[in-house]
Design a protein around this ligand. Structure first.
Ligand code: FAD
Length: 363
């Protein structure tokens, strides 16, 4: 989000602004943005008029344009959503929701058509989304950083924001920089401050003086593990089951990356601390979930791969929460925008979120 926002502001705003992009790690994109499915979502599932729905549909259109203009590797591979016997009504509901969200090109397909395209997939009903694609997310982030820097953004790695103090119409931002015990403290003033801290955004918000802390939502860390499939890809499209109840995740699906590698995931596991370990013991759970639509899968074909962690705003018992993007209309601190709960489809929506953030800043 930080990269997309910096690129957007630097390329659309007058040169009178100087923009600092502060990153606590040694490089950009080492956390959630490099631990996802790299799917460009069509915008099918999210509640009508939610930020997720609006920003996903707009973001997807912007992202395809951006990729074409700036040579970011991507492919509109398309995805099948496959339903089993008892899921026919759920599939019909998905189709209605997608239409209400303005999603183009989502069509029912017969099992015969599905078999023709994906002979190894089992389903009794299916939809095909031709607008769904895949992207090289690292190339996308590199491109955003390069364009932002070329337009004057200063990227400052190894620098953690530790405190933000409003002072008149400005913010005093305190940071620590450096690593290996040689840390230095810096302070600077700015007229706008954007908190796009991902998994740490909620914590950072607690370090903003004068911010009404009742507005800072509770963060739930929700790990999603992936298992990769050994050998040649058995599918040519992305294969998604009907989403799990209460939309905690989209269900353990099959994705392809730009190199043609098939991965299954992500599953859903509420955890207490940031921990990216993928336990081999989850193999059985993956096997059962995937065999519903790909019965030929054998346990030894699955290899534990990577995990990502969703910054969710809803408890295990509650329904799915929307993105939460706060500006002065809620917290009364002009110039401050905060992004909370930017889970999927955040990658797809990134360029639209950047535009939306720019609009909220009223530059
Ligand atoms: C398992 C999984 C699968 C997903 N799949 C998809 C998908 O297929 N398609 C899709 O559209 N979306 C997907 N997403 C969502 C997408 O990955 C995220 O929405 C997006 O990457 C979030 O980006 P971000 O910039 O908010 O967070 P991050 O990428 O985590 O960036 C936040 C940055 O802020 C820095 N930071 C934090 N605190 C501070 C501080 N105090 N000082 C300085 N720097 C700080 C961090 O170091 C980090 O680099 C998925 C997410 C997960 C977890």
């Amino acid at each position: 989000m930080g990269l997309a926002i910096a690129e957007h502001l630097a390329t659309t705003q007058p040169a009178s602004f100087s923009i600092l992009l502060l990153e606590k790690n040694s490089a950009a994109g080492q956390e959630t943005s490099s631990r996802n499915s790299e799917v460009i979502h069509a915008g099918i599932y999210y509640p009508v008029n939610s930020l997720k729905a609006r920003l996903c549909v707009e973001g997807r259109r912007l992202l395809y344009q951006y990729c074409a203009q700036h040579d970011v590797p991507h492919r509109k591979v398309g995805k099948f959503i496959v339903a089993q016997q008892d899921e026919e009504e759920a599939l019909a509901q998905i189709l209605r929701n997608a239409a209400a969200n303005g999603v183009e090109e989502l069509t029912p397909v017969t099992t015969k058509e599905l078999q023709r395209h994906e002979p190894l997939v089992r389903a009794s009903h299916a939809l095909f989304s031709s607008e769904t694609g895949i992207i090289d997310s690292h190339a996308f982030m590199d491109s955003l950083l390069w364009r932002a820097q070329s337009a004057g953004v200063q990227f400052v790695p190894n620098t953690t924001v530790t405190r933000v103090t409003p002072e008149g119409s400005h913010f005093v931002v305190s940071t620590t920089s450096g690593s290996h015990g040689a840390e230095e403290v810096f302070k600077f003033r700015c007229s706008r401050f954007i908190n796009a801290g991902g998994l740490h955004a909620n914590d950072l918000a607690t370090r903003i003086d004068g911010l009404d802390q009742t507005l800072v939502p509770r963060l739930y860390l929700v790990r999603g593990c992936y298992f990769s499939l050994n050998g040649k890809a058995p599918f040519r499209h992305l294969i998604y089951p009907v989403p799990e109840k209460a939309q905690k995740g989209l269900g353990i699906h099959a994705t392809l990356d730009m190199a043609g590698q098939v991965r299954f995931g992500p599953d859903v596991e509420y955890i207490d601390t940031i921990d990216y370990h993928v336990a081999d013991a989850r193999r059985e759970h993956f096997l059962q979930a995937v065999r519903r639509y790909y019965p030929a899968l054998q346990p030894e074909q699955l290899q534990p791969d990577y995990a990502g962690i969703r910054p969710k705003l809803s408890s295990p018992e509650a329904g799915a929460a929307d993105f939460m993007i706060q500006d002065a209309s809620s917290h009364l601190l002009p110039g401050l925008v905060q992004l909370f709960g930017i889970e999927s489809p955040g990658l797809t929506a990134a360029l639209a979120i950047a535009k939306h953030t720019g609009d909220l800043l009223e530059l």
